[in-house]
Ligand binder design. Structure first.
Ligand code: NAP
Length: 560
């Protein structure tokens, strides 16, 4: 029986190269890889060896005999990517493997690179660089804890996705890798400081801001952005005190991307089930006291233009109660009659089978609503609802709500000393090389990867090919002698960091925080996160001094 890729597919392509019969597509060399919602196993060509299972960093692949009920729809989803073929006879395995994109080859002496940020783009870039002998990578992260949105963005009920941190931990153990956590570039160190100690800097700082909806009433108590709520329930220290008022029956989410689905699922989940995850204590407590009975996800366009992906829609509808009102079911039928694209049809078919919003609710539920363009948030002292117009008409609809969350995407923020494209909210770049828009020439030594390079789209693994492309440009420039030699020794960087940020945390400090969080989780939870910087620093301070052998190795590394 074939293997099947399921909801948590991160699209990093590791499984593609592990497959001995090239039956996983699209592969990174194929068109559509960067935009595909997931990867798919050809059930006819699969030889059921299971090599892909061990290669997948997020546990998304299983034999079809071991799928949970919720994962069953992925059998058809995988198969439907491929043309119809006889299923009674397996095709002979092809000997042609997916062409491996070669790692960039460093042809000159040791290369030292600073990476700003420690999320997926940063870690995949470090991984690519460290395939080369003699490369050193220093990763700078503003928070005392690494891994960016994997820690603070992935929903707590998606623990298998968070499993990618095991891959990142392994990358961080490479002898050429060094963490400088709790160190903010732009505050403790400047771009010039980094360039003085490295040949190049890769900014992988993501898109930390939200796109803001400019309508009256946003900003009233009872309004926030979905990404703030995500950071709140994930225990991000800057959002631990976010006022999330769950004392009213309805929450309205504006926008229907995957972030909106995550938030709606968490707000309607059984708190006892969330209690077995790494959700923050403050969020769990608030959810236990929640009076929310309905979360409405309001999209301005019709069902065929839903921004959520098919795997996430399947995940939502198999774990939560999701309904549509009668007029939205009409819109689904209308779109089904006119849409031919397979993926869109698959989404519409799922929507068409959802229950009716007029049926009595038995538990907190989610309602998908369409053709609603937000006009203003209602309320005086605080939000009491949202006024929409039916898109393309003057018809007004009002929805009462105690909490109004916009979920209209993330937004990159300018990086000090680098150019910024304010419209696209990215650093202008050519395949990762930062470009000065005035001269049209590369900014020496500056590179970008991830969302600050290409905008806030894609999945965790999309950052692997994105980072590879950036590293290729950087290594080409290094090989061509275009990058200035750092002016000081590695030991000088340590001294500089300590002088500017005495509370900088290294890998041992992070391991101590990690171990303390896991211990706090006890038997029932993967971890219980610290949500204050002071607690993180206290845990990091308990890190044992490195053994003498390692200290000597570090000294040798500094003078190498
Ligand atoms: P998104 O997918 O870009 O969705 C944004 C939503 O906001 C769309 O429905 C969009 O509608 C709507 N919108 C934009 N401007 C609006 C306006 N002025 N008024 C009303 N609605 C507006 O953003 P996201 O949900 O933040 O996700 C960001 C990225 O992270 C995506 O690539 C997503 O797949 C990824 N992600 C993945 C996962 C996962 O795989 N589990 C989880 C979270 C996030 P229009 O389409 O009409 O513009």
């Amino acid at each position: 029986m074939p293997h099947v890729i399921t909801q948590s597919c991160c699209s990093d392509g590791s499984c593609v190269y592990a497959c001995p019969v090239n039956c996983i597509h699209p592969s990174p060399d194929e068109p559509g890889f960067a935009t595909s919602e997931m990867l798919y196993i050809d059930p006819v060509a699969c030889v059921d060896c299971g090599a892909c299972v061990s290669a997948c960093p997020v546990g998304a692949i299983a034999p079809d005999t071991r799928l949970t009920v919720e994962q069953q729809p992925f059998v058809d989803i995988n198969a439907s990517y491929y043309p119809d073929r006889p299923t009674d006879k397996k095709l002979p395995p092809t000997s042609k493997l997916a062409p491996v994109i070669p790692a960039p080859q460093v042809h000159r002496g040791p290369l030292t690179v600073a990476i700003v940020g420690s999320g997926p783009a940063a870690m995949y870039a470090a991984d690519e660089l460290l395939t080369q002998h003699g490369v050193r990578v220093n990763v700078f992260e503003k928070l005392p804890t690494p891994y960016g949105l994997v820690r603070a963005g992935v929903a707590p009920d998606h623990q298998s996705t968070k499993g990618v941190t095991q891959l990142f931990d392994r990358i961080a153990q490479h002898r050429g890798f060094r963490f400088y956590l709790n160190v903010e570039i732009g505050k403790h160190l400047s771009h010039a400081d980094l360039l003085a100690h490295h040949h190049a800097v890769i900014y992988a700082s993501g898109a930390p801001n939200d796109r803001r909806l400019d309508i009256d009433g946003m900003g009233l108590p009872g309004t926030a952005t979905a990404t703030e709520v995500v950071a709140w329930y994930n225990g991000h220290p800057e959002f631990a005190d976010l006022p999330v008022d769950l004392a009213h029956e309805r929450v309205v989410l504006i926008g229907n991307g995957n972030v909106a689905l995550d938030v709606a699922r968490v707000l309607t989940a059984d708190p006892d089930e969330l209690a077995g995850t790494d959700i923050s204590d403050h969020a769990l407590k608030a959810l236990r006291a929640s009076r929310v009975q309905e979360v409405v996800i309001a999209a301005r366009r019709g069902p065929a233009h839903s921004a959520f992906t098919l795997p996430e829609l399947i995940g939502l509808t198999t774990t939560a109660e999701v309904v549509l009102d009668a007029h939205d079911h009409d819109l689904v039928r209308r779109d089904l009659a006119s849409v031919s694209d397979t993926l869109t049809r698959q989404k519409l078919e799922i929507l068409s089978k959802l229950g009716d919003g007029s049926s009595p609710a038995t538990r907190p539920r989610i309602r998908l609503a369409y053709q609603l363009t937000p006009r203003r948030v209602l309320g005086g002292q605080r939000a009491t609802g949202v006024e929409f117009c039916v898109t393309g008409t003057d018809e007004v609809r009002q929805l009462d709500a105690g909490l109004v969350l916009t979920s209209i995407g993330y937004r990159g923020k300018p990086i000090r000393d680098l150019p910024f494209d304010d419209v696209a909210a990215v650093v202008p770049n050519d395949k990762g090389r930062v470009i000065d828009p005035g001269s049209g020439r590369p900014v020496a030594g500056a590179y970008v990867a991830g969302w600050i390079k290409r905008g806030p789209t894609g999945f965790i693994g999309t950052n692997k090919s994105c980072a590879l492309q950036t590293v290729q440009q950087l290594v080409d420039d290094f090989n061509a002698g275009l990058l200035a030699e750092p002016i000081s020794r590695p030991s000088a960087l340590d001294k500089l960091v300590r002088a500017r940020q005495p509370d900088a945390i290294d890998a041992a400090g992070w391991q101590a925080i990690d171990a303390a969080e896991v211990a706090r989780g006890g038997d029932g939870r993967p971890r219980n996160k610290f949500t204050s910087i002071a607690d993180m620093l206290a845990a990091a301070a308990s890190a044992p001094a490195p053994p003498l052998r390692q200290r000597l190795a570090n000294r040798l590394r500094e003078f190498a």
